[in-house]
Design a protein around this ligand. Structure first.
Ligand SMILES: [Zn+2]
Length: 148
């Protein structure tokens, strides 16, 4: 008799442990995989775009906590945190909310490269925030060239 009560208590303990685990289980952070980055008109993947043209971006996103917003940034290399005095250089910071609520998507967008952008090395950031506030980012180097 005593033994069976012990087993009942034990099984309750196991069940409540599992329940607690499920409640506390954090949602996995969004996963980001940059598939392609390149020249817009040819959907290139050589991490090069032309000034006055477009940058083709194709990125696979999986977000267990559902996508809230996606941010795309492109800024000149070596211009981190405004350490240089020149703030007139072209850079891009765009937020996409049209993927809101999706658990996964293939992000395929083209971004205009302004004619005022300086040629050179740029840093590309792709930031995904899910509806639970988890954030992941991926980065890559992009070269902007003057059109011939
Ligand atoms: Zn494209």
């Amino acid at each position: 008799m005593k033994k069976s009560i012990f087993y009942i208590i034990l099984s309750f303990a196991i069940i409540s442990t599992f329940t607690a685990c499920n409640d506390d289980d954090p949602t996995a952070k969004p996963e980001i995989k940059i598939l392609e980055l390149g020249e817009g008109s040819s959907h290139g993947n050589d991490h090069t775009a032309y000034i006055g043209g477009e940058l083709h971006i194709e990125v696979e996103v999986v977000a267990q906590g559902k996508i809230d917003k996606i941010q795309v940034r492109l800024h000149p290399e070596g211009e981190h945190h405004g350490e240089s005095g020149d703030h007139d250089e072209w850079e891009l910071d765009k937020t996409f909310t049209k993927f809101s609520g999706l658990k996964n998507t293939t992000f395929h967008e083209h971004i205009d490269i302004a004619t005022t952008a300086e040629p050179g090395e740029y840093h590309f950031d792709f930031i995904v925030t899910d509806m639970e506030g988890n954030q992941s980012s991926a980065e890559a180097d992009v070269i902007l060239k003057a059109k011939n």
